[in-house]
Design a protein around this ligand. Structure first.
Ligand SMILES: [Zn+2]
Length: 509
């Protein structure tokens, strides 16, 4: 059995002040110069085998690879320029968005989530935004349940997902270090106004008889909807009984057929499509893997439901050389946001393959690192940092808030090792939750190297972080919020279900 150390369960985020002021001083270029790492030849040359058939796609692939080879070829890996990225991400929160963003009026919760989560990854205390997050998201709750993307808009499951994630992050930060009653008051202000009964009724309306979900009433069916619905249910403290439904009212168990539906979305390539018979795609793959891991321990949930070998083969083909980054689909270009959608899959697949569970005897060997973390880190640091702040798809493309969040989240996946701990302490609420498995994840700064059946090998991967100031925060590998925020939210629901006297707590009353 492999021991991972040091454990960082529920690690409190580092409320860094180093992102304020002239933080370039915090970077120590000399250290980089002392320990330069040569760029591997794989990243400085075109692949040995190139497609003879010239198409628009193959030409684009070739020109992208050539341009990225130039960016990657640097004697010293550039530092993560946290200060300018923080500035980029604070601007919409502190100064507001320009008129050009009017087209994103239906994505208000997303804009909040992307900026706030990215700032938390960069070490900023985002608790100061909790009150504003609540006042921005409250009007999006629809009278018939669920959340719209903008004021007065019809409910959409992605809007509910991004809203709940945002509140989970800001309330977590806002309550750090507070005495118990004040911590509960923060959560009361952030969550007690959500009509969980109506939200559940609304989710029943978008559940399909085939086990899938639609994104909204009359909207499209895809696995994003299923993932978003499960995350919302998992974070809002519903239990088995809530989800079972009332048969006398014609309600069916909400999770019926969900895992089978996800299984039916695995394609001939081994990846996962938006729905049955659709093309395999990194974003949908992450949604399915994370949703399955909410329903069971990763080893069982993934290997029983999916053809894991074919999935690993397809995931491996997503990381390109010379680029080092991931593409989302076969014959597509690398793109920084797949650092999360594909990199996040690797965290879950490795946890499933290694089955590292403290307290449970495992005779399995450790498969170690199944993807090139160093290559992804190199791609992110050399190609995805906008010179004036923000993270981006690739060189030549402007940074945006979406890519900032998902590039940084992918960097977190590359810098940390996530594993499932079967013996985590369970709260009474969680023992009745079908999503209890989602609350047993831990992280380690140490990424294990493979061990053989005879116990040979092992040790830890080195050089993933040249300097600690390049490290980003630890995220929950299923929820994509800071690791620990999910547990704090769960303990609020425990109190709410037990005591529930919100009026005595809430600072609004
Ligand atoms: Zn992208």
């Amino acid at each position: 059995m492999v021991q991972v150390e040091p454990l960082e369960e529920g690690e409190q985020p580092q409320l860094a002040t180093r992102t304020e002021g002239n933080t370039n001083e915090a970077f120590h270029p000399n250290l980089y110069q002392m320990a330069p790492e040569r760029v591997p030849a794989l990243h400085l040359n075109l692949p040995f085998i190139l497609d003879d058939l010239k198409t628009e796609t193959s030409q684009k692939q070739l020109s992208t690879a050539r341009s990225i080879m130039k960016s990657v070829d640097q004697p010293f890996l550039p530092p993560l320029d946290k200060a300018t990225h923080v500035e980029f991400l604070l601007s919409p929160l502190d100064e507001g968005l320009s008129g050009g963003f009017v087209g994103l009026d239906a994505s208000r919760p997303w804009l909040l989530y992307w900026c706030i989560n990215a700032l938390s990854l960069l070490g900023k205390d985002v608790g100061i935004y909790n009150d504003r997050a609540v006042s921005s998201l409250k009007p999006l709750q629809h009278p018939s349940g669920g959340f719209g993307g903008g004021n007065g808009q019809a409910p959409h499951v992605a809007a509910a997902y991004a809203s709940i994630l945002t509140l989970a992050i800001t309330s977590y930060y806002a309550s750090i270090g507070l005495p118990e009653d004040e911590r509960l008051a923060v959560y009361a202000d952030s969550f007690a106004w959500i009509d969980r009964g109506k939200l559940l009724q609304w989710l029943r309306k978008i559940k399909l008889p085939n086990g899938g979900f639609k994104v909204n009433e009359g909207g499209e069916e895809d696995v994003r909807a299923g993932y978003c619905a499960l995350v919302v249910l998992a974070l809002l403290g519903y239990d088995d009984e809530d989800l079972r439904g009332d048969l006398s009212r014609g309600e069916l168990p909400l999770l019926d057929g969900v895992a089978e539906y996800f299984k039916s979305c695995q394609t001939w390539e081994g990846g996962i499509g938006a729905k049955p018979n659709a093309e395999a795609h990194g974003g949908y793959a992450f949604c399915v893997l994370a949703a399955l891991c909410l329903l069971g321990d990763p080893e069982e949930a993934l290997s029983k439901t999916l053809d894991l070998n074919r999935l690993i083969s397809w995931l491996s083909a997503r990381q390109y050389a010379p680029e080092g980054g991931f593409s989302g689909r076969t014959n597509k270009l690398v793109d920084g946001c797949y650092s999360t959608w594909v990199g996040g899959c690797w965290s879950l697949v490795e946890a499933a393959a290694n089955a590292i569970e403290s307290g449970k005897k495992s005779t399995k060997m450790n498969v170690g690192d199944l993807w090139s973390r160093k290559a992804l880190i190199r791609y992110i640091l050399t190609c995805c940092q906008g010179p004036r702040g923000g993270l981006r798809d690739k060189p030549g493309i402007r940074p945006d808030y979406y890519h900032s969040n998902y590039v940084l989240l992918g960097l977190s996946a590359a810098q940390h090792y996530y594993y499932y701990d079967d013996v985590s302490v369970q709260s009474p609420v969680l023992t009745k939750s079908p999503f209890r498995h989602g609350y047993r994840w831990k992280s380690s700064k140490n990424v294990p190297k493979p061990t053989g059946h005879d116990g040979t090998g092992g040790g830890w991967l080195e050089g993933l972080v040249s300097e600690e100031s390049d490290r980003v925060g630890v995220q929950h590998p299923l929820f994509n919020i800071p690791l620990g925020a999910e547990g704090q939210l769960q303990s609020w629901w425990e109190w709410f279900n037990d005591v529930g006297d919100v009026d005595a707590l809430s600072s609004e009353n």
